[in-house]
Design a protein around this ligand. Structure first.
Ligand code: SF4
Length: 108
């Protein structure tokens, strides 16, 4: 599942530079996330970094674009190379929201 910014966005810009993949940019009306770049922060953080900084909590899972953890890590490796990222076996609660029991979007 890529992350989606809902129309509750107030255009504060806080999320743009938190994304490890440069997936967030200012859209016509609100900020937007490029699904092809979003890894739900797998490989980097145990929560979506955009949702962690968003003052109105409008960075939520896109139920219409479901992706598996292994595929999100593969996307991160395609974007950044494997040197700076954990392997699939090394992912933990700090580097994958799938392994974080306190995942911020669990109840969304
Ligand atoms: Fe919009 Fe939230 Fe990003 Fe601010 S942090 S621009 S409110 S999505």
């Amino acid at each position: 599942m890529a992350t989606l910014i809902t129309d509750e966005c107030i255009n504060c810009g806080a999320c743009e530079f938190e994304c490890p993949n440069g997936a967030i940019s200012e859209g016509e009306d609100i900020y937007e996330i490029d699904r092809d770049l979003c890894t739900e922060c797998v490989g980097f953080h145990g929560n979506e970094s955009c949702q962690m900084v968003c003052p109105v909590e409008c960075c939520v899972p896109d139920a219409d674009w479901v992706e598996e953890e292994v595929d999100l890590l593969a996307k991160a490796i395609r974007l950044h190379g494997s040197e700076s990222l954990p392997s699939f076996e090394e992912l933990d609660e700090k580097t994958s929201r799938f392994r974080n029991e306190n995942w911020v979007n669990r109840d969304v």
